[in-house]
Design a protein. Sequence first.
Length: 496
Amino acid sequence: MAFDMVLGLSIHGIGIMLNDAKVKAAKPREKAYKIADAGSLYLNVSTTGVRSWRMNYTFGRNDKGKPQQKTLTFGTYPAMTLVKARAKRDEAKALLAEGKDPGVEKVVAAKARMLESENTFRVVAERWFELNSGWSLEKLNAYRSEREGKWSHRTSRNWTVHRAPWSPVHSADVLQSLERDIFPQIGNLPITSIKAPKLLEVLQKVEKRGAIETAQRLRQRCEGVFAYGIGAGLCETNPAAGLRANLKDRPRSRKQPSIIDGKRLLEDQIAAVRQMMVDCEAERCRASTKFALRFIALTAVRPNEVHGARWDELHDLDGKDPRWVIPAERMKGDEDRKAEEGGDHIVPLSRQALEVLAAARELTGHFPLIFPSERNPFKPMSENTLRALLIRGGYGGRHVPHGFRAAFSTIMNERADREWRATGHTGASPDRAIIDLMLAHVPGNKVEGAYNRASYLDRRRELAQEWADLLTSDFWPPEVHLGQPIRYAATGPGRG
């Protein structure tokens, strides 16, 4: 029997098309049979009554060199109607016209749908996160489950499996932000289905609660996830890349107040800083807080770098090259800066800074941290501790711990320029670049920055000593604070 005769055209008539009534009326028989429609589409009726839409076609050649006969199944009635079956037939014929096998294309499409359902945004984001953090989320989740969900980046060694660009602190921040704001909204959606308007809706929810900077960071992180997905062949577009213009700009950071603000004369600036330190050290509080305030004034580092300062970061304290080496991962900057080999910040220590450390060792030398928390010696001093001392000393709103950096930069640069001009030169002093290095400003040229971080140490040490002499000449030694009262009496003179 010819191939077309199998379709039952001899029974139902050539060119006679099916309709819904005929399809509904098709009942099972002792043998399976077929009812033809048009364009090679037909309804196959099984002995159990299952009615499926099929199409016979030829594609390629068989082993004997003859056209290869094939059959394509579209679906079953009534889930697939006659109209939908004809549309599927037309799609198959269009593929044949393009020289494609519709049967093969159907299998490829099915696999693509399966991969799409498996590769949700959360799955892809977690792969991206593990690559950049070096963490195993399987190990982290096991650690969490054993501790009722509690975890900290400080114990990340328990789930770190390889070296990666991100620091533990940054890794924890990225994961927590995704779990809090992104995964609950779009984590279970296939990554290919997420378009820019949907992602923008999620980010604007974060904006509405006032977290404008968080929304911008989340956009950057989502952009990284999609970029990873494109590289892995899991998606083709990056909807996060064009959303920056649709989000509110990060609020401009306000200038940190410093006691030198508004004072034009160098001598007035120096006198103001000295008087402030005298006033604050006259307050009653823990000796280690006063030590930390003097130490941050002498070193001009960022407050968080003092809070986390450790005894094992100090080197050659009794030698000719005493220095504090702050690990790169604790420094301000992007992930590249924090992961940079040789990117540690070196702080030459003045004689006065060494005196502060000697006094502090009496209190905390047996703990890892130099200036630990009052309540937990294994945790850093609170970021509010030094600020509170400045407020009690009468400098609230006029000076913050970060203000010592502005004071150091302004005073030492002006002083350097004066000395430079006094020798007959014009323009800015070359010491300006060295002072910038001492402040560990993130350079525009990262290669140059990495090269210079350990440069000019002799001159940096000289400048650090000059600053310390300006700041604390004729001050009482720091050890006088040891054993002094840390609070005022409940009654009588003094603070309430």
